[in-house]
Ligand binder design. Structure first.
Ligand code: ZN
Ligand code: ZN
Length: 260
């Protein structure tokens, strides 16, 4: 059994007459059984909560993506209310993305928002889903200074180097890999995968973005998480069943749930 530890179910590009339940069923047919539907703003956090209760083994998060800044401070309260919901198992995605946010004000907003999400995570005992790009030192410094749990969350769609991965592992984070590891030009990232213990790895699609090879030209869907697992199986030279089992156990441990 596989799980997709990071997808955006409310943002999938459904075909005509296709329902979200059909996407989940297609994934189930590939033995992909558990899904974490990740919020990027207040509106879709609400939407995915409503979707989650009609679907089996779908859990959600509450968070504001670093590239979706809101100036109205009322979002703090709204987010907290969403985070309290029983289907919500994690806080995020949150983090720093200086690749797209080049201006100082935007970067400051990201740092403040990240600290708020960490406080909420500490307060509610729900782990973090962290997004980080081109902001290695700041991400690490803020996490080090603020996280309190010894199982604080996951660094999702990891694309940075081994040194940074090791620093996150030391803080207790899991590292999640997406379809990017299947890309031809991602050899250095595959070398990182090789060095990370399987007990600390999660797999994800980040769908509808980042479809893996050989589906790269398509819109991504949760069932393609199997391609990520296949790639890890090749890198680590271990049977895919083992990769599937261990990444599912990791997912259950981190988010304190059971995929049935
Ligand atoms: Zn992200
Ligand atoms: Zn995402």
């Amino acid at each position: 059994m596989f799980v997709d530890s990071h997808c955006h179910l409310s943002q999938l590009k459904l075909q005509q007459n296709q329902m979200l339940a059909d996407v989940i069923e297609a994934a189930n047919n590939e033995n992909v059984r558990g899904f974490l539907s990740v919020a990027t703003d207040i509106d879709n956090a609400l939407a995915i909560q409503q979707q989650a209760h009609t679907l089996k083994n779908v859990w959600v998060t509450a968070g504001l993506h670093p590239l979706h800044p809101i100036s109205d401070p009322a979002w703090h309260k709204q987010l907290e209310a969403l985070a309290l919901h029983q289907s919500c198992v994690a806080i995020g995605e949150t983090g720093l993305d200086y690749y797209y946010a080049r201006e100082k004000d935007a970067q400051q907003w990201q740092r403040d928002a990240l600290e708020y999400h960490i406080d909420l995570s500490n307060k509610l005992g729900k782990p973090l889903v962290i997004h980080t790009r081109n902001a290695q030192q700041h991400t690490l410094d803020i996490l080090k200074a603020n996280v309190k749990s010894d199982k604080p969350g996951v660094i999702h769609c990891f694309t940075e180097d081994l040194k940074l991965a090791n620093s996150f592992l030391e803080l207790g984070f899991y590292i999640s890999f997406s379809g990017i590891i299947t890309f031809k030009n991602a050899q250095s990232l595959r070398d990182v995968v090789k060095q990370i213990p399987l007990e600390r790895i999660l797999i994800e699609t980040d769908s509808p973005y980042l479809a893996p090879e050989p589906f790269r030209k398509e819109s991504n869907v949760p069932q393609y998480v199997v391609e990520v697992a296949k790639c890890i199986s090749l890198i680590k030279n271990e049977p895919i069943e083992h990769i599937a089992r261990q990444t599912t156990v990791n997912f259950e441990n981190l988010f304190d749930l059971k995929v049935s």
